[in-house]
Design a protein. Structure first.
Length: 408
């Protein structure tokens, strides 16, 4: 067969092979990758078909249709492939799993820049996640600690400041409580205990009473220790006849006394034969009970104590206690009450040092500035013999019948 016939057969075979049978996608992709990896080896295949130039003039090259459709590679993608190192050609890295039914062109196209940036960001996030797992977390106590070592910092992390803060809070709480107590004592109430029998039968020794401060207003004696901050009274109100008042003893301005207001400014007070007279008129009194007492003051025995109901002008009524006539204060001169003063007497008329006694040992007239407050109620009461240092007496000597008794 001649060279012409060989060429013709080759052309015929090439014409028959121009339409290749369809192959699986994976085969096309692998074939395409072979062409991409060895671009220089594709040209000798075409050269094998051509007749070598053995004569003077080379014959024109015969066009042969390849088995696989050539793949067009973008210029920017082709450059990295050509510049690839030989070791990458001999040991190519495994290609990622192809997307469903990729085309050869897609297999050759490098990932766009946004995808590469996302991959870099994911890698950075994975590294940051492992690092963030060891970051300090906040415990219930508010101390920062490493979650791996199980140590919550404790008291050593703050250098003992928590203990100092606790003491500061305790001191603040006590200071606030004392401040509130002082305000209540100055402006609202003040408690007193009755130490004597001068106000029987209404107040007995051992009674624990509450005195209202706002009733008569406020003077320097409303403040503990009577500091000389101001003179007179602020928001002063005049007491009424019949009030039970607590006041500072005028002779020393320190001792607390409790008596009943009998004379107000402008009144004339006198005792005649054991009967109280106001402004020249006897005050009505009615005998309520009479009882025998075994022992009285001054060592006298067998005296009869009489309880009477006394009614002042204006209708104020209360009970008094008397041991009969012929006592030192059963007859007195007339006492005129000047402006700004009050005349005080005890309900136990024969066992009370009060305004009837004008000497230094007595009370005399009481200035309005010395008034502390009005006795309002008996909160608690203990019988004679009760002691703060004897807890058993708190229960054995308690007088429940006098608890929460309103004073008249």
């Amino acid at each position: 067969m001649t060279e012409e016939n060989k060429t013709t057969e080759t052309d015929d075979h090439g014409a028959h092979d121009a339409t290749p049978t369809p192959e699986p996608v994976e085969s096309d992709t692998a074939h395409a990758e072979t062409h991409a990896a060895h671009p220089a080896e594709a040209e000798p295949a075409a050269a094998d078909v051509e007749e070598p130039a053995s004569h003077g003039e080379p014959e024109p090259a015969v066009e042969v249709t390849p088995d696989v459709e050539p793949v067009v590679v973008p210029e920017e993608a082709a450059e990295p492939v050509v510049a690839a190192e030989p070791e990458h050609v001999s040991e190519p890295e495994p290609a990622p799993a192809p997307e469903p039914e990729p085309t050869p062109a897609e297999a050759m196209t490098p990932p766009p820049e946004p995808i590469a940036a996302a991959a870099a960001l994911a890698a950075a996030s994975s590294g940051a996640g492992s690092e963030s797992s060891r970051r300090p977390v906040w415990s219930d106590e508010g101390d920062a600690h490493d979650g791996d070592d199980g140590d919550d910092g404790g008291d050593e992390s703050d250098g003992g400041k928590s203990d100092k803060n606790e003491w500061v809070e305790i001191i603040k709480t006590v200071a606030i409580a004392l401040f509130i107590a002082i305000l209540l004592r100055i402006f609202l109430f003040q408690p007193f205990t009755i130490p004597s029998a001068s106000m029987e039968p209404n107040l007995y020794e051992g009674d624990y009473i509450v005195v209202s401060k706002w009733t008569y207003g406020y003077s320097k004696h409303a403040i503990p220790y009577s500091p000389p901050l101001f003179e007179g009274r602020i928001m002063g109100n005049a007491p009424e006849r019949g009030d039970i008042a607590v006041f500072k003893l005028p002779s020393d301005n320190k001792t607390d006394y409790i008596k009943r207001v009998i004379g107000v400014p402008g009144d004339r007070v006198q005792m005649i034969n054991n009967v109280l007279h106001l402004n020249g008129e006897p005050v009505e009194n009615v005998v309520v009970t009479g009882a025998q007492v075994a022992e009285m003051f001054d060592g006298q025995n067998g005296q009869t104590v009489t309880t009477l109901r006394e009614t002042l002008p204006g209708g104020r009524s209360y009970q008094i206690q008397d041991f009969g006539p012929n006592y030192s204060l059963d007859n007195t001169p007339v006492f005129e009450v000047p402006e700004g003063y009050y005349f005080m007497m005890g309900d136990n008329r024969d066992n009370s040092i009060d305004s009837r006694e004008q000497s230094a040992m007595g009370v005399g007239l009481v200035p309005a500035e010395n008034l502390i407050g009005k006795a309002e109620m008996i909160l608690f009461s203990w019988e004679e013999g009760a002691s703060l240092w004897n807890p058993i007496s708190w229960f054995s000597k308690v007088n429940l019948s006098r608890f929460f008794t309103v004073l008249k």
